[in-house]
Design a binder for this molecule. Structure first.
Ligand SMILES: Nc1ncnc2c1ncn2[C@@H]1O[C@H](COP(=O)(O)OP(=O)(O)OP(=O)(O)O)[C@@H](O)[C@H]1O
Length: 235
C-alpha cells in the first residue's frame, strides 16, 4: 500500500501552513520522522494523516480509499498527542488500552489478548495495572505509545513522544518504538525535535520548510548527520 499526498494544502483561516505537497510514502513497517522548527506544520501534517483535520485543498489517498480519507483514517490510524493529553488519568494502562481499542472497534476479547502480548513484548507488563497519573513521565510516554498500538490501526502517529524525558528515558522510549515497529510491524509517524531519539528510530525523514517538504531522506541517519542536514536546510 502507498499513502499519497496530492496537492495537500492546509490553511487555518487565511494562514497557509502546508501548500500543495505531493508525496508518496510506502506503507510498510517503518518509522517516518517529521522534522522542522517550531510552527513549521509537523503536528498539522500528523493531524491530516490521522483524519482529525481535513485538507483545505488537495487530498490524501491510499490504495484502500480515494474518497473520504478522513473517515477511513478515523478507524485505521491512532493519533497520540504530545503530553498524552488524550489518555485518561484515573484509569491504568490496561484500561486505557481497552478503552481506546474499543473506540476503534476492536473486539474486546481480541483486544485483551493483543494488549497482554504487546505489554509483554515491550516489557511493560509490571506497569499495566498502575493508575496512569501515578506513572513516571517516562512510563507515561511508553503507556501512550502502547495505547496507540493497542488500537490495532494501520498507522500509529506520535506527536513529540519524548518531550520532557531525560537521556536514559529517551533511549528507553526509542527502544520501545523500535520494538513496536519490529514486533507489531507498524508504520509509525513521529514528530519530534529530539535528534537523539530520531536518529535512533527513524527510517525515513520528511523535512518540512516553507509550507512544503523540500527534502526526504530514505535511510537511517546518525545524529551528527541529521544535525548537519538540519542546519543546512534551516540555517
Ligand atoms: N487550530 C489552529 N488555528 C490556527 N492556527 C493554528 C492552529 N493549529 C496550528 N496553528 C498554526 O499553524 C502553524 C503550524 O502549527 P503546528 O502545530 O502544525 O506546527 P509544529 O511544527 O507541530 O510546531 P511545534 O514544533 O511547535 O509543535 C503554527 O503557526 C501554528 O500557530
Amino acid at each position: 500500500m502507498a499513502l499519497k499526498f496530492e496537492q495537500l494544502t492546509k490553511k487555518y483561516g487565511k494562514k497557509m501552513v502546508l501548500n500543495q505537497i505531493d508525496l508518496t510514502i510506502n506503507v510498510q513497517p517503518k518509522v517516518v520522522g517529521l522534522i522542522g522548527p517550531n510552527g513549521v506544520g509537523k503536528s498539522t501534517l500528523l493531524r491530516l494523516i490521522a483524519g482529525v483535520l481535513e485538507p483545505t485543498e488537495g487530498r490524501i489517498t491510499n490504495d484502500q480509499v480515494a474518497q473520504d480519507y478522513a473517515k477511513w483514517a478515523s478507524s485505521h490510524t491512532s493519533f497520540i498527542a504530545s503530553g498524552e493529553r488524550g489518555l485518561i488519568n484515573r484509569l491504568n494502562t490496561w484500561e486505557n488500552c481497552q478503552f481506546f481499542a474499543s473506540i476503534k472497534g476492536v473486539d474486546p476479547k481480541v483486544a485483551q489478548k493483543s494488549i497482554a502480548k504487546l505489554a509483554a513484548e515491550l516489557n511493560f507488563s509490571p506497569n499495566m495495572k498502575t493508575i496512569f497519573q501515578e506513572l513516571s513521565t517516562g512510563q507515561k510516554k511508553k503507556a501512550a505509545v502502547l495505547v496507540g498500538a493497542a488500537m490495532q490501526t494501520d498507522f500509529v502517529l506520535l506527536d513529540e513522544p519524548s518531550n520532557g524525558l531525560d537521556i536514559s528515558a529517551q533511549k528507553d522510549l526509542a527502544d520501545f518504538i523500535l520494538a513496536l515497529k519490529n514486533n507489531q510491524h507498524k508504520l509509525i509517524f513521529v514528530s519530534s525535535h529530539d535528534t537523539q531519539m530520531l536518529s535512533g528510530v527513524v527510517d525515513q525523514y520528511l523535512f518540512i520548510k516553507d509550507k512544503v517538504i523540500p527534502r526526504v531522506v530514505d535511510h537511517h541517519l546518525e545524529e551528527a548527520d541529521l544535525l548537519a542536514i538540519y542546519h543546512n536546510i534551516y540555517s
